[in-house]
Design a protein around this ligand. Sequence first.
Ligand SMILES: Cc1cc2nc3c(=O)[nH]c(=O)nc-3n(C[C@H](O)[C@H](O)[C@H](O)COP(=O)(O)OP(=O)(O)OC[C@H]3O[C@@H](n4cnc5c(N)ncnc54)[C@H](O)[C@@H]3O)c2cc1C
Length: 494
Amino acid sequence: MRIAIVGAGISGSSVLQTILNAPEMESVDFKVDVYDNKGNFATGVPYIQDDLALLMNSASKDLSLNPDNPREFDEWVAEYSKDVKSNENLVYRQVYGKYLKAHFAPSYEHQAVSKIIAEVTDVRVNADGSASLATFDDGWQPHEYDFVFLAIGQTPYRNSYNLMGQENYIHNPYPTREKMPEFYSSDRVGIVGSGASGLDVMRYLMEHAEFDAPVTFYVRDTIFTATGVPCETDVETSLTFEWLEANRHPDTGKVALDTVLETVRADFSEYGVDWYDVVAQWGRSRLSDNVRAYHSKPQDLAVVQRYFVRAILILPHIFQALNLTDQQRLLADYYPYLTHMRASVPHLTMGRILNLLQENKLRIVDGLSDIKVNASGEFDLYGEDGILESADILINATGFEEDIIEAAKQSHLLKSLIKRDMILPHDSGRGPLVAWPSAKLISRSGVPQPIVMLGNIISSTQLGNNNARLIAQQGEISANCFIEEYFSKGDLNA
Ligand SMILES: Cc1cc2nc3c(=O)[nH]c(=O)nc-3n(C[C@H](O)[C@H](O)[C@H](O)COP(=O)(O)OP(=O)(O)OC[C@H]3O[C@@H](n4cnc5c(N)ncnc54)[C@H](O)[C@@H]3O)c2cc1C
């Protein structure tokens, strides 16, 4: 049997590790070919050796990839070195990359595994149900595969203002060591978007350049997510895999959103927290709220944030157990507040931002509606009522393209999959539709394909999956679904 894994980040590496460790596979003669276009085996894109300005956005206690040892990352850090955290108390991203390399090393050293540095540009399903892959440099590969895992991470960056390819516009800032230009102090530099990538860019600019004018965040309406507040209580959640199984309808397997909400409400009341109060106080994106939360460290917000970090691994499974009406209600009435409060700006990072604003090294301009290049090659930034101002260099941090058809314009592989009708866009319009929990890609004609798709690209199905542990968990689940399916068919050596 021959398996291909395309993409060697956390998703692909977790698939590999699960297959190699599965007791069922001990009696199977198999080979696994792992393709990665950049040779980033184990780290994937976010955790490569890059600038020290790039930091993890989660606490080190939440970063273990070993479900049997939630302290694995902290223990590894304690052994590795003391110099692993920045003065924002966040681990350097490249240090996490070193942990990933150590964590996945036995898998990549396994004799059944071949590491191939190549960009996969096409996949086809053959008449006998096997799959073939083509690479950019060598075309169709000689081997046929029984199964393919496409673990290609996120979709390409959004090209919201059609500036891709424009001089002095940095469409994708990573790796920063290669992509960031040399700056002059007279440059007027803007960061378009203020999410996690925007914060990376801000840190990079503050470490590497001095400007006469403040660096500017240009945003439409959302300035920052909520301020992360250190939690003084050890927060527990009732939302677990056992809870989900116990609360599924015996016939349909569904769980009612009201049951979920009642459970959350009961959990919150243990800590004296009222969801509606917290939403009213902290649920909107206003800098004044960020400032207030930074100084007052409100514990009701802290409990909500910690609660959803604790529940992170079960949330996509609960989402998939809701019926369509409940899913839509969750997405409309609760999810926007949940993401705003959970995907928070770490506390000390917010402190740094507030200092930079005060020192006039940073500023924020909101109400952005368009960007155009003027006759002098500068960028004119427009609000609803006309030009706001101009900039010399813009760095894109607007996030990933969610529309799969648009995203395909920047990806050979997605373009091929769409051309072959192997992708059916999710009904939300965001990403491809995949089966749950296997994450098998569903073709436009509904024909089952021996292909799984993993990573942030499937976040319409695996809700909220831009998190290392969640990504790893899905790799494991999909690999186990594959093993179960193929084992149930009989001889895996056939
Ligand atoms: C900049 C950034 C910072 C992040 N920071 C955090 C954080 O601090 N904490 C956290 O929990 N999560 C963070 N995340 C979320 C992150 O998505 C996950 O933690 C995780 O690393 C994603 O793993 P992945 O394997 O799905 O994707 P990736 O790590 O992106 O791996 C995909 C791999 O596939 C390769 N590839 C893509 N297309 C092809 C192709 N056609 N052929 C061959 N190879 C291909 C890529 O080069 C890459 O190596 C961050 C994400 C990004 C983008």
